[in-house]
Ligand binder design. Structure first.
Ligand code: HEM
Length: 647
């Protein structure tokens, strides 16, 4: 009944309008109550007409058990009678020539008048009065459900967004006009597609217009502090360092954004996703695994993984003095390998398999996440859904088997391994012991989730940082030479060690400048769950905040006129001097939820670059096409084609 009503009202907009007018007149925007519902005349007429044209039950059946007289007919025992409600409702002789027209007005004076007292309208059957009562109740409940449903949908899709828009505008905030249901998503997608079709000049680092075209346009039109729409949700853009600091510092108030495709939960869980007290607990237990002291035990693993990559490059060059390589896939393998070794130590072969499965899962989830999500569709037994669940389960089993072996070894008194998992298990055990309660620690399930997260959060981001570094050094050969001179000065052709890596000043400056111009994570999102004050503005509950790291890193007012130039020297006296003490450099986020793996990533990247510089010089290949683009992180759309020369 409801579905036909919505279909018909979707077609007969005049009746939809009349019904809405009545509803708004009776309830305004308040919650409908029973008294009001019982007085909805137009809505009632509409339902009656819907039930006439599209009665949910089209026939009624009765059985004759013994010979029975019906008017002039004698029906033998065993006859089945079919009362054709639908035929009756569509009978021209009964309803007139306009029988097939949708005309709720025929019920303007009630059912009795419309049927001229005949029993020609039987959507709820007929007979003893009891059934009539039920029928009346059912219509009432259906009316209530429909009105509530319509009101909720209307509120969700239109009234609430418009109310929020007004609230923001009244405070002087500018932004795009709310567009029904999709907000700015359609335009955003259109502009993104257009931008993706045009590569940039290699020397051009003003990438915002290409990678964040819609945001760039919005900021130009409405200012740096403005709002746009992700569907029905207003998104306030923040690019001011002080405001960003305020948001990042208050992680209880400004929480990670939720919603979207629930399948992303298969990838983003654990520390990156938990909130409030849960986050405090997780972070406290995981922190020791990333402690600077512990990192030195991971340096040998970095070395082995880098050596493998370099060996491959050397084999590729063997016959020539140089060769062209798209280094992107190699760097991805490198960083995956590093996580496998640093997370699982001796079990890194299993770790590798886990990574392969995780990256297949990641591709499937990304595909699902970028298409429109239909609620409940994750339960459908599609090929992709089945594979995602299968991988999720397989990875869980594999990580659990590694953990089980470790736990047994720990209980047998064996020394803990210095890999992330070993330190994590140890830290978890200490926490439980200290609190005297197993509930204070992480469960095995939670530890599995954290191990999986290391791949998601740490692999691609570090590979991206390295790929942009190689692209930029392939272009700025003077900086490549300076970096190599420093590396050779510190290590010669020997094996890089942690002390030396921590003293590479030029390499450090280069990484900072790469992360400024091409931060792998270009934006951070937070959600406001209740009315919240930020600076001078009050944000209504349900507002999304987007902290635009890339915009901040490319802000002329902050970095000066040479903002788009690759100038590592701006970091020669450290980040604090370069930013003049402002929180205007946030490649790893900020506040308490700052990236837990930043030291690991920096050390790993330094090892990789030092070893590359010791053995090769490189420049951009003519086939390199400069096309940064964002798919979650800031990638090189067509890869990173470089010419490697053996030194
Ligand atoms: C260049 C490499 C990396 C970059 C640019 C990067 C960037 C970031 C950023 C911007 C955040 C903050 C997200 C937010 O506030 O919403 C973050 C958080 C995080 N990162 Fe990284 N990351 C990198 C490497 C790593 C590595 C190697 C790991 C682990 C192996 C890692 C694990 C995490 C985790 C677990 C969080 C969540 C921290 C929390 O919420 O407490 N990251 N990262």
């Amino acid at each position: 009944m409801l579905v036909w009503t919505m279909i018909l009202l979707g077609q007969y907009k005049d009746w939809q309008t009349r019904a809405r007018e009545e509803v708004l007149q009776v309830f305004g925007y308040e919650r409908p109550d029973i008294d009001g519902l019982n007085h909805l005349k137009v809505v009632n007429m509409i339902f009656n007409e819907v039930l006439r044209l599209y009665p949910p039950l089209v026939v009624l059946r009765r059985f004759v058990h013994e010979e029975t007289k019906l008017r002039n007919l004698i029906l033998p025992a065993g006859t089945l009678l079919q009362l054709n409600t639908m035929l009756l409702h569509h009978d021209q002789d009964v309803w007139g020539k306009d029988v097939y027209e949708f005309k709720p007005e025929r019920f303007a004076k009630g059912v009795l008048k419309a049927t001229k007292g005949q029993a020609s309208y039987l959507p709820f059957g007929g007979g003893p009065p009891m059934e009539k009562t039920i029928a009346v109740c059912v219509t009432g409940v259906a009316a209530a459900i429909l009105v509530l449903l319509v009101w909720r949908v209307l509120n969700f899709l239109w009234l609430k967004p418009k109310k929020m828009e007004k609230f923001l505008r009244d405070q002087g905030l500018k932004g795009t006009r709310y567009r029904f249901m999709a907000g700015d998503l359609k335009e955003l997608e259109k502009l993104r597609e257009e931008a993706r079709s045009k590569p940039m000049s290699v020397t051009d680092h003003n990438i915002v217009p290409r990678v964040l075209t819609f945001l760039h346009k919005s900021v130009a039109a409405h200012g740096k502090l403005c709002f746009t729409w992700i569907g029905v949700t207003p998104m306030v853009h923040i690019s001011d360092p002080t405001m960003m600091r305020e948001v990042l510092a208050n992680h209880f108030q400004f929480q990670k954004s939720r919603g979207g495709n629930p399948l992303t939960k298969l990838l983003v869980r654990g520390l990156l996703d938990v909130e409030t007290d849960q986050w405090v607990k997780h972070r406290k237990i995981i922190n020791p695994a990333f402690h600077v002291e512990k990192l030195k035990h991971m340096v040998p693993a970095f070395y082995v993984s880098c050596s493998e990559m370099i060996q491959k490059w050397e084999e590729m060059i063997a016959k020539e003095t140089s060769c062209e390589v798209d280094v992107w896939s190699h760097l991805q393998t490198l960083t995956a390998d590093v996580i496998s070794r640093t997370a699982f130590g001796s079990s890194f072969e299993e770790g590798r398999k886990i990574f392969e499965l995780q990256s297949e899962l990641s591709a499937l989830v990304m595909k699902a996440a970028t298409s429109v999500y239909i609620p409940g569709s994750k339960f459908l037994p599609t090929k992709s859904n089945k594979r995602m669940k299968e991988i999720d389960w397989k990875v869980k089993v594999m990580v659990k088997s590694i953990i089980d072996k470790r736990v047994i070894a720990m209980k047998a008194g064996e020394s803990i391994n210095d890999d992330l998992l070993g330190i994590l298990l140890d830290s978890n055990y200490k926490e439980m012991k200290q609190q005297g309660n197993n509930n204070f620690g992480l469960s095995i399930e939670e530890i599995i989730v954290e191990c999986k997260l290391f791949y998601f959060a740490g692999q691609e981001t570090t590979a991206i940082m390295l790929v942009w570094t190689m692209i930029l050094l392939g272009q700025y050969k003077d900086w490549q030479t300076r970096a190599r001179e420093e590396v050779l000065h510190v290590f010669g052709h020997g094996r890089p060690d942690i002390d030396g890596l921590n003293h590479l000043k030029v390499v450090n400056m280069i990484f900072h400048e790469v992360l400024r111009l091409y931060p792998p994570v270009t934006l951070l999102r937070r959600m406001v769950h209740e009315k919240t004050k930020l600076g001078n503005i009050i944000l209504p509950a349900g507002t999304l905040l987007q902290l635009n790291t890339l915009l901040l890193h490319h802000d002329q007012d902050v970095w000066g006129e040479d903002v788009y130039k690759f100038k590592p020297e701006r970091f020669s006296e450290g980040v604090l001097k370069a930013t003049k003490g402002q929180p205007s450099y946030l490649p790893f986020g900020g506040g308490p939820r700052i990236c837990i793996g930043q030291n690991l990533a920096m050390l790993e990247a330094k090892m990789a670059l030092a070893m590359i510089l010791q053995r090769f010089s490189f420049n951009l290949s003519p086939s390199y096409s400069h096309a940064p683009h964002i798919i979650l992180t800031l990638k090189a759309q067509f890869g990173a084609h470089l010419i490697l020369h053996k030194l």
